[in-house]
Design a protein around this ligand. Structure first.
Ligand code: ADP
Ligand code: MG
Length: 335
């Protein structure tokens, strides 16, 4: 049987869904390369462990940093590596591949991804908008005349989309998501405690105690962080509390809320009524942030449903669409 793939080439994580098997790869979108020769040394989890810890001869980088291919050659190596990993020993058939892409990307950026897919060994490459893929991934019937709102908070981008009758009707995409939250925390610790920490530590603090909705449980969260004291240059520890991290996250979170509100304002009334009835679906790793559902509910007055397994909806949907001929034939594609 032909090995067809659905790929979520995310800014933070890449997932590969093999038709008939499910998700077989889930690794960070990070590549470590030799700074002198450009040779790829490690891809995925092993490369992420190197972020911020590399000697001068090695660079660990995220080729999709802002939601699009920032470094074509490196992104291509990564895609080749992940597609190659799914290849059965005795297979000569090239796979058909569906790749999820952010809604806001340009034609040039779309071309780059289509070509990278072909070069990485696909027989045919399809592009699907990520919110559409997420909706299919969680089994929403996207072909019916009903409005569904998807909010996908990833690493590099937040995408808000209203889907009806198999198309995206209104949408917004901003380059503010998980990475900016990590940076806001790094910034806060630097300014408040005069301690320098790296982005990976910022992310860890966010996951450990990050929250965006005030309650006693979240206020009581705390974690110990170690960084470099900016005046002495020596390591120093401090305790961080849930309430202060909530403060630190306010700016990126406000941008995400604004994006949701502005999309709702542009939504035709009939579809808005559907969304009020069905709720807003939150996906992407950022939807796991404590209290984000409650905050969106308070700010919009609409109930929020967090997708089950929010970090794998795009890959699942990209894989499932291979069985949906009606949708598949509408997608931009090359072979
Ligand atoms: P992308 O599609 O851009 O690859 P993902 O949907 O995989 O992004 O989400 C990655 C983002 O989700 C990262 O910024 C990561 O820090 C964040 N994230 C993962 N788990 C959590 C959590 N429990 N709380 C808050 N943020 C999280
Ligand atoms: Mg994503």
């Amino acid at each position: 049987m032909r090995r067809d793939l659905g790929i979520d080439l995310g800014t933070a994580n890449t997932l590969v869904y093999v038709r008939g098997k499910g998700i077989v790869i889930n690794e960070p979108s990070v590549v470590a390369i030799n700074a002198d020769t450009g040779e790829v040394l490690k891809v995925g989890m092993e490369a992420k462990m190197m972020l911020g810890k590399t000697p001068a001869s090695i660079i660990a980088l995220r080729p999709l940093r802002d939601g699009v291919i920032a470094d074509y050659d490196v992104a291509l190596s990564m895609l080749k590596y992940f597609i190659g990993k799914t290849k059965p020993a005795m297979s000569f058939l090239k796979p058909r591949v569906v790749i999820g892409v952010p809604i806001g990307i340009t034609d040039v950026e779309r071309r780059a991804i289509l070509e990278a897919g072909l070069e990485a060994g696909a027989s045919r490459v399809f592009l699907i908008e990520e919110p559409m893929a997420s909706a299919i991934g969680i089994d929403l019937d996207v072909e019916e005349p009903n409005g569904n709102m998807i909010v996908d908070i990833g690493g590099g981008t937040t995408e808000v989309a209203v889907i009806s009758l198999g198309s995206i009707v209104v949408w917004d995409s901003i380059r503010i998501a998980g990475d900016e939250m990590d940076e806001a925390i790094v910034q806060y610790v630097r300014e408040t405690y005069r301690i320098a920490i790296g982005e990976r530590t910022g992310e860890k603090i966010k996951i450990d105690i990050g929250n965006v909705f005030q309650n006693q449980e979240y206020d009581a969260l705390e974690t110990v962080v170690t960084g470099i004291d900016l005046s002495t240059g020596l390591p120093r520890r401090t305790i961080l509390k849930g309430a202060e991290i909530r403060e630190a996250l306010m700016i990126p979170i406000a941008a995400i809320i604004d994006s949701i509100k502005s999309t709702l304002e542009r939504t035709p009334p009939e579809l808005a009524t559907d969304i009020v009835e069905r709720g807003i679906v939150a996906t992407g790793g950022g939807s796991l942030l404590r209290g984000i559902d409650k905050l969106i509910e308070r700010e919009t007055g609409i109930k929020v449903v967090r997708a089950e397994d929010p970090m794998s909806c795009v890959a699942k949907g990209a894989g499932k669409v291979l069985d949906k001929v009606e949708i598949l034939k509408k997608l931009q594609q090359v072979d």
